[in-house]
Design a protein around this ligand. Structure first.
Ligand code: 6R9
Length: 592
């Protein structure tokens, strides 16, 4: 089915005009250096994300504006001004200094949306440490794998998360020296932990951000591949130039806007667009501690007078499922721009936005590796429902045909010019938020490039007018509820169960979550498949991996399909499960 293009939205009376009004002109005149100049420099020299996001507003006299409105689970609202967040993050920089942490050390958080997470993020950056977020729905295995690869020296978390997810693996983490708990102090502190609040109380307010090389590492975001351990994508302070520019162009952020990004800060969107980009653009960001709740979300959009909303297809589909009536209880006359990221956004979702909020959802595309939005539907331009949009100014994207050697390494990439041709989505390297490598895995990093292009691992096509359309992933990685899941990470845990000989994990299409995880298991001799064992395996996986990664269902197989070299053929498992032709793997990449 094809959907009609939606004309560019002229805006309601009184609304600011779109920052990007004329796409072609913006592309022709865009200059990263000019954006750098707009952001200003660190007084001590160089560029620091925390200065661009917080301190520069204090310096220019607008530090009393609200940076973050935190809404607790019990709906208690608490405003943090730019000046206050700046002061708190300076305190945290002093805490790190007092603990004897060194610049370049890794500071992790394992927490949901709590104020301390944002303080830790910016405090770590002010100090010169590298910040890395962990998703709070991870189990002990993914948590320890990431802390270990990242060599985490400091971890900020809560008491309950510590007990359930860190304590069981702490002896595997010799580098983890300091665990700071946000909700415990004094006698209630478990051995080997300190109180975040007590350390903050004891620390000073004054902190001068040291000179920061724009190329200095700032952020470590873990992402997943099909084989091997999680990959730590490294980002430099310079990334903030792209966070700032894309916040303006793709999200249409105007200073003073109320902006809400629903992404979890355990993933890249929740940091790039749930913290850095909005603050670098001088908006008030809404941080809701609660998880998805349709009625609550409508209330927030209405009562908080949200202007710009950045959410995800799974959430949009969950809202759609609950019906329009729930939405009709509120008014959204302040809502100016709606955007989405993380998975394919069905045209129905785009149009539903228009029906319910009077505005279509604008799809955007990017990845952990790109650090910032690369392709988008813009507020000031027409929307093509089902399309990811066009490259943001400053970005050159293309569809390429990749040739690979026998080991699957890319050796050449040729742009395809014929509109509608499927190929790999590739980007011309050099934008400020491009990842600088995978920590400790130079070989894997090199495999992302060929013929002068960064290869995204996504298959896509471009239409005659330059709009990009998502086709599917080129690999076996699973996207469930917007979370990138490595089948390898799930298989590895299943293999630890005494009954399991082999495991193959795939994503099955799901009308709400996009994909759900399903595991195929070959048992060791002496074990027989049963409903009870399947339940046991799901429980086993949930305990170690956490609810976000664990398979929803398990199927037993007497012999899993393998390649001659013994690799489980996940694609074949998927083809059989979906009743697709086994030989034709290209159809497996078809999505939506
Ligand atoms: C930001 C983020 C990246 C992968 C990406 C692609 C999928 C993201 C999408 C989309 C279709 C979109 N993806 N945006 N697929 N349409 N608009 O999600 O980063 O977690 O690294 O995932 O997500 O497959 O390659 P990350």
């Amino acid at each position: 089915m094809s959907y009609e293009t939606l004309a560019a939205d002229g805006g309601r009376p009184g609304e600011p005009t779109a920052i990007l009004e004329d796409y072609d002109r913006a592309c022709a005149t865009f200059d990263w250096d000019e954006t750098r100049r707009l952001l200003g420099r660190l007084p001590a020299g160089g560029l620091n994300i925390a200065h661009a996001a917080l301190d520069r507003w204090v310096v220019n006299g607008t530090g009393d504006r609200v940076a973050m409105r935190f809404i607790s689970r019990q709906w208690q609202r608490r405003n943090y001004s730019y000046a206050e967040l700046s002061r708190l993050s300076s305190r945290f920089a002093n805490v790190l200094q007092d603990l004897g942490v060194e610049p370049g050390d890794r500071v992790f958080t394992l927490a949901g949306r709590i104020p301390e997470l944002y303080v830790s993020l910016f405090g770590a950056l002010k100090f010169g440490a590298v910040y890395s977020p962990l998703f709070s729905a991870f189990g002990p295995e993914p948590v320890s794998a990431r802390l270990e690869i990242g060599g985490g020296r400091v971890l900020v978390t809560t008491r309950s998360l510590y007990r359930r997810k860190v304590l069981p693996v702490r002896d595997r983490l010799p580098a983890l020296e300091h665990v700071l708990l946000t909700d415990a102090s004094g006698a209630e502190l478990p051995p080997g932990t300190r109180s975040f609040a007590e350390l903050m109380d004891a620390a000073g307010d004054a902190w001068r951000i040291p000179p920061t090389d724009p190329e200095a590492l700032a952020l470590l975001h873990f992402t997943s591949g099909t084989t091997g351990k999680p990959k730590g994508a490294m980002h430099a302070h310079e990334a903030v130039v792209a966070h700032y520019a894309t916040g303006r162009y793709a999200l249409d952020l105007h200073p003073g806007d109320v902006y809400w990004c629903t992404a979890d800060p355990g993933w890249v969107t929740g940091i790039s667009y749930g913290a850095i980009s909005p603050l670098a653009n001088g908006v008030t960001m809404i941080i809701d501690e609660e998880e998805f709740d349709a009625a609550r979300w409508y209330r927030i959009l209405d009562e908080e007078r949200v202007n710009v909303w950045y959410t995800a297809p799974t959430a949009i589909r969950m809202l759609m499922k609950q019906g329009k009536e729930l939405a009709a209880a509120h008014h959204y006359d302040r809502l100016r721009h709606l955007a989405s990221v993380g998975e394919p956004l069905n045209p129905e979702g785009v149009l539903w936005g228009k029906e319910v909020f009077g505005r279509p959802f604008h799809d955007t595309w990017w990845q952990t590796e790109t650090g910032a939005i690369m392709i988008a539907n813009f507020r000031g331009a027409e929307v093509r429902p089902g399309s990811m949009g066009r490259p943001v100014p400053g970005i050159e994207a293309s569809i390429v045909r990749v040739s690979r050697d026998d080991d699957g390494n890319p050796v050449a990439a040729e742009p395809v010019t014929e509109p509608g041709t499927h190929g790999e989505l590739a980007l011309q390297p050099g934008w400020p938020s491009m990842f600088r490598g995978y920590l400790g895995n130079e070989a894997r990093y090199r495999r992302c490039f060929a013929g002068g292009w960064y290869l995204s691992g996504d298959m896509a096509k471009r239409d005659a007018d330059g709009w990009f359309w998502f086709v599917g992933r080129a690999d076996d990685v699973i996207k469930s509820a917007g979370h990138l899941i490595s089948p390898f990470e799930v298989e590895s845990v299943l293999l630890e169960h005494p009954a399991v000989a082999e495991a193959g994990v795939i994503g099955l299409p799901d009308p709400v979550a996009g994909e759900v995880v399903k595991a195929f298991v070959e048992l060791k001799p002496g074990h027989a498949g049963s409903d009870e064992l399947a339940l046991q395996l799901v429980g086993f996986a949930r305990k170690r991996l956490g609810a976000a990664l664990a398979p929803r269902s398990i199927a037993f197989s007497s012999r899993l399909p393998r390649t001659r070299s013994g690799k489980i053929m996940r694609r074949l498992l998927k083809a059989r499960e979906l009743g697709l032709p086994e030989g034709d793997t290209s159809t497996l990449e078809q999505n939506g």
